[in-house]
Design a protein around this ligand. Structure first.
Ligand code: NAP
Length: 243
């Protein structure tokens, strides 16, 4: 299996969960070779590899996915997890900053995931599983990071379309939509004075741990999950209940 953005946070927990279940893992990163190598060396089992690419670069994505498939002898599971969260409040940033944030966010979170999916499908001749890591923000809104919310809403729609398109090929596509998770991406917010307000968004009074997201990804990648294809699983501790 291949997981993008596995050097840290949710991707790291996903890689760990799959290795613990006996899978061989291609650990992808952009610019954290040491973290990726540390993870690889510590995973249970044999045959794990580290692959690198900026997912915003289509040629690099193709090279990276082909390399992962070559090392693993094909791909059965791909998890689109790499992503960025860039602040760009509409009333505060310049026009140039606004454009840069939209460009970089969509290129990484949406186009990157779409290109990984296209490349991965070429290596899933025996069927497979694609799992996309989206966000609660696609539904609830991201006032200070509208491109992020839009990228994840696009990812949700892409997952639904591909679930239909790929079913005849034995490939399922599932999505998880986490609320706040304790990772580098959120560290700054959770440690700030407003951290308590963030934890209070959930009636459980906390945010998620990356392992809780990984558990749902493992389910969506399992043989038992064929009938869940096209689904979007909310993982937000009842902090935002959509109808
Ligand atoms: P994180 O700790 O910031 O880690 C991000 C990962 O993505 C890193 O491995 C990073 O690689 C990689 N990455 C970022 N930009 C990349 C690019 N252009 N090309 C290749 N790799 C890139 O993030 P996280 O919190 O675990 O988030 C993982 C996913 O969950 C993201 O899609 C995020 O939107 C989603 N999510 C997170 C939360 C949350 O509260 N944390 C909530 C909902 C959804 P390097 O280490 O090499 O930079």
């Amino acid at each position: 299996m291949l997981v993008t953005g596995a050097s840290r946070g949710i991707g790291r927990a996903v890689a760990t969960a799959f290795a613990a279940a006996g899978d061989r893992v291609a650990i992808h990163h952009r610019s954290s070779p040491d973290l990726a190598e540390d993870l690889r060396a510590g995973l249970p089992g044999e045959g794990h590899v580290v692959v690198q690419a900026d997912v915003a670069d289509p040629a690099a994505v193709r090279r990276m996915v082909d390399e992962a498939a070559g090392a693993l002898g094909g791909l059965d599971v791909v998890v689109n997890n790499a992503g960025v969260f860039l602040a760009h409040p509409v009333t505060e940033v310049s026009y140039e900053e606004w454009q840069a944030a939209w460009h970089d966010t969509l290129a990484t979170n949406l186009l990157g995931a779409a290109n990984v999916a296209w490349c991965a499908v070429r290596h899933m001749s025996r069927g497979g599983r694609i799992v996309n890591v989206s966000s609660r923000g696609a539904f609830r809104g991201e006032p200070d990071s509208p491109a992020y919310g839009a990228s994840k809403a696009g990812m949700n729609a892409m997952g639904q379309s591909l679930a239909i398109a790929l079913a005849p090929h034995g490939i399922t596509v599932g999505t998880v939509a986490p609320g706040f998770v304790e990772t580098d991406m959120t560290n700054e917010h959770l440690k700030a004075p407003r951290g308590d307000a963030i934890r209070a968004q959930s009636p459980f009074g906390r945010v998620a741990m990356p392992e809780e997201i990984a558990a749902a990804v493992v389910y969506l990648a399992s043989p038992a999950a064929e009938w869940a294809s096209g689904t979007i699983i909310d993982l937000n501790g009842a902090s935002y209940l959509r109808s």
